[in-house]
Design a protein around this ligand. Structure first.
Ligand SMILES: Cc1ncc(COP(=O)(O)O)c(C=O)c1O
Length: 379
């Protein structure tokens, strides 16, 4: 029942009826790649500025991730980056709406089609946003979304795939036959975490609980975003290929209804940040990019991240560190994922300088005051 209502709600926003739900967004990507018959010997092009679980899905199938650099202004690759990386072995490309911003998705999808290559849009940051007036996820052969804790709306953890190229559907349905159900333990832990987030978390205990949660999830003691094995190996974890469960469908039905209000708030806050930072002649998301941006996060660049973050904690400003490494959150052994840092010089520098401002805050002026007080630290 909840599944049907959730499906209808997602479908109404995306204008697409081909929706498939999974335990996490990364599993949706894995399913799509499998439906595209990606296998050993194939190459898949992706931004060298992403979450490590994206190349993991490629590696689990024995294929090779080919990383391309990004542009400083958009934090996304341009169509030329994709074009230059195509070889006879390229089977698919993955574009991404980094922090909610889509770049040249229409042209990238068109180019892939001309070259007989599959295209996938990583919309994990961009649900609810648009590119040239169409919902994110509309242009490529398929797209995948995340509903993990800090995503546009949350089911705790979770994700889904949408398919535009209907020729993929028979194979995807076949692939999905081997999905496993979440265990009772999975569902109980997730329910407990969701309960804690909705009922226990308050402004007075937020900072304490945040550090406890981070410690527990780093040590694999709760369902965090990633389990240890995903961060230090390229072997597929046991029972990885899991479908979404009832706890998530129910949460999805509840939380998706607030998506447009949230989007509006994020966009308004982002406008304030851009106005302030551009006046100060600091790095900012340029005004003309705002219309294709859903601002899950607002990226800025700083000289000394450690110093800046400590000052933020003291001022009780909740900064994000998303993409503080090219394969977030992995900090070393990039070779394991076939990443050569010299192939992605811009992404490498950005990863050293980035912090993210909260876009969904009720108090944007407090953030701007903090930026003013620390203006010399900002690039
Ligand atoms: C760019 C990107 N792609 C994919 C994912 C994976 O999403 P999920 O955590 O739902 O598997 C993330 C996670 O944050 C991400 O940032």
């Amino acid at each position: 029942m909840s599944e049907t209502i959730f499906r209808q709600a997602v479908s109404a926003i995306l204008g697409n009826e081909n929706i498939y739900f999974y335990w996490k967004g990364r599993i949706a990507l894995y399913a799509l790649l499998k439906a595209m018959k990606i296998e050993k010997g194939d190459e898949v092009i992706l931004p060298g500025y992403t979450c490590v679980v994206v190349p993991n899905a490629i590696k689990y199938l024995g294929a090779k991730p080919i990383y391309i650099d990004v542009e400083k202004t958009t934090m996304n690759p341009s169509i030329d980056h994709f074009f230059r990386a195509i070889t006879p072995k390229t089977k698919a490309i993955i574009t991404q709406n980094t922090f909610g911003l889509s770049t040249q998705v229409d042209e990238i999808a068109e180019m892939a089609k001309e070259k007989n290559i599959y295209s996938i849009e990583d919309c994990t940051h961009g649900f609810g946003g648009t590119f040239k007036g169409k919902p994110n996820g509309s242009y490529c052969d398929a797209a995948f979304f995340s509903t993990q804790w800090n995503k546009p709306f949350s089911t705790g953890i979770g994700g889904f795939a949408t398919v535009n190229n209907v020729e993929l559907l028979p194979e995807l349905k076949k692939v999905n036959q081997s999905l496993v159900q979440p265990t009772i333990k999975d569902s109980m832990i997730l329910s407990a975490l969701l309960f804690a987030r909705d009922n226990v978390l308050s402004p007075s205990n937020y900072w304490q609980l945040r550090s406890i949660y981070r410690w527990l999830s780093k040590n694999n003691l709760v369902i965090g975003s990633s389990e240890g094995k995903e961060l230090n190996s390229v072997e597929i974890p046991k029972d990885y290929f899991k479908i979404m469960g009832n706890v998530q469908y129910k949460k999805g039905v509840k939380n998706i209804s607030g998506i447009y209000q949230l989007l509006e708030k994020r966009k308004k806050n982002a406008e304030l940040y851009t106005e302030f930072l551009s006046k100060e002649k600091k790095y900012h998301v340029e005004k003309e990019l705002h219309k294709n941006h859903s601002f899950l996060k607002y990226p800025i660049l700083v000289k000394e991240r450690g110093v800046f973050e400590n000052r933020a904690i003291n001022a009780k400003i909740d900064l994000g560190d998303w993409f503080c490494t090219p394969l977030y959150p992995v900090e070393k052994n990039f070779k394991l994922w076939d990443l050569n840092l010299s192939d992605i010089p811009v992404a490498n520098i950005l990863s050293k300088q980035i912090v993210n401002l909260p876009a969904d805050t009720e108090k944007p002026l407090k953030i701007i005051e903090f930026l003013k007080d620390n203006i010399n630290e900002i690039i």
